[in-house]
Design a protein around this ligand. Structure first.
Ligand code: G3H
Ligand code: 13P
Ligand code: ZN
Length: 313
């Protein structure tokens, strides 16, 4: 199947539009029916373009057939939603996603030696471009206190002096950069720790036409941390990136902002509250339905107050 059969958009088209207009397209991760439809509801309410992101583990969790069945049955506006493989680690998984109907893939070769990252990224670009599918690649290693998804505890910021050559040699459509964000719930030691905007500015100067991508950009709303702890959870010192810092990054050519943890927090906080305050509930549709609504609420808030992507479709 090709993504056009599902009326999906090419990510590159969405990002170019965003860059020209000064907003960012949110990439929200999903892994089941509730998270998928919660995100699509937010897109439809805000009239925002959206990138539906699926990690390798989420793809296995849903299974390719169920995932594509849900996409086929979902309601969304033609040509405004992209389906994106998040952190693909091999040519094979990127090819598989393209064959399933994804409209873009990320090849994450950030932990490879530079020459190998370039060679593999280029090989994947040559494959996906044949089908008008977009490619995102990464330079620099994300990490803060400890990175949960890339399993990295040491950070190396993206080197602005190599980005131009990297983009030229790989033919990548967009580039994920490491400027101090990290995946997961424990991103910052203190609330006022700043991202490396100086590095971002230099990168944007080197490759002004390439949309840049910010991974690990969850804000970790503290109301959810408190709610989880109040209703039996035990999560301490979880801290994200401030909305103001993400907005500033968007003004410096970040055109795609990746959010996963915030939805996990919204979901978990809601489930804990519903089950604790309504002890007789045993129908999963009750607490999953509430959790879905909470994700939609949070996505709407981030679209309107961080991304600036509302009313862009
Ligand atoms: O950056 C990756 C996403 O947060 C997905 O992580 O492999 O736990 O689904 P995951
Ligand atoms: P968060 O863990 O900050 O939500 O990052 C998600 C992400 O980068 C997915 O690729
Ligand atoms: Zn990521």
């Amino acid at each position: 199947m090709h993504y056009s059969d599902f009326l999906l958009a090419n990510t590159n088209t969405l990002l170019k539009r965003a860059m020209n207009d000064g907003y960012a397209v949110p990439a929200f991760n999903f892994y089941n029916m509730e998270t998928l439809t919660a995100i699509l509801d937010a897109a439809s309410i805000t009239q925002s373009p959206i990138i539906l992101a699926v990690s390798e583990t989420a793809l296995e969790y849903m299974s390719p057939d169920i995932l594509m069945g849900m996409i086929a049955g979902a309601k969304y506006k033609r040509g405004q939603i992209a389906l994106h493989l998040d952190h693909g680690h091999s040519f094979e998984i990127c090819k598989r996603a393209c064959d399933m109907g994804f409209s873009s893939v990320m090849f994450d070769g950030a932990s490879l030696p530079l020459e190998q990252n370039i060679a593999e990224s280029r090989r994947i670009a040559d494959y996906v471009h044949k089908f008008n599918i977009s490619l995102e690649t990464e330079l620099g290693v994300l990490s803060g206190i400890e990175d949960e998804n890339t399993k990295s505890s040491s950070c190396s910021y993206t080197d602005p002096s190599v980005v131009k050559d990297f983009v030229r040699q790989t033919k990548t459509d967009s580039l994920a950069v490491a400027i101090g964000t990290s995946h997961g719930a424990y991103k910052r030691k203190s609330a006022n720790e700043s991202l490396r905007f100086d590095i971002l500015e230099q990168i944007a100067k080197e490759i002004p036409k390439t949309p840049l991508v910010l991974h690990g950009a969850s804000t970790i709303p503290q109301k959810y941390v408190k709610q989880i702890n109040k209703y039996g959870g035990d999560i301490n010192s979880a801290r994200g990136i401030s909305p103001a810092q993400i907005r500033h990054a968007i003004s410096l050519h970040i055109a795609k902002v990746n959010i996963d943890s915030d939805s996990r927090f919204a979901f978990t906080a809601s489930v804990r509250k519903t089950l604790s305050t309504n002890k007789s509930v045993f129908d999963p549709r009750v607490y999953l339905g509430e959790a879905k609504k909470e994700i939609t609420k949070n996505c709407i808030d981030e679209i309107q107050n961080i991304m600036g992507s509302g009313y862009k479709i």
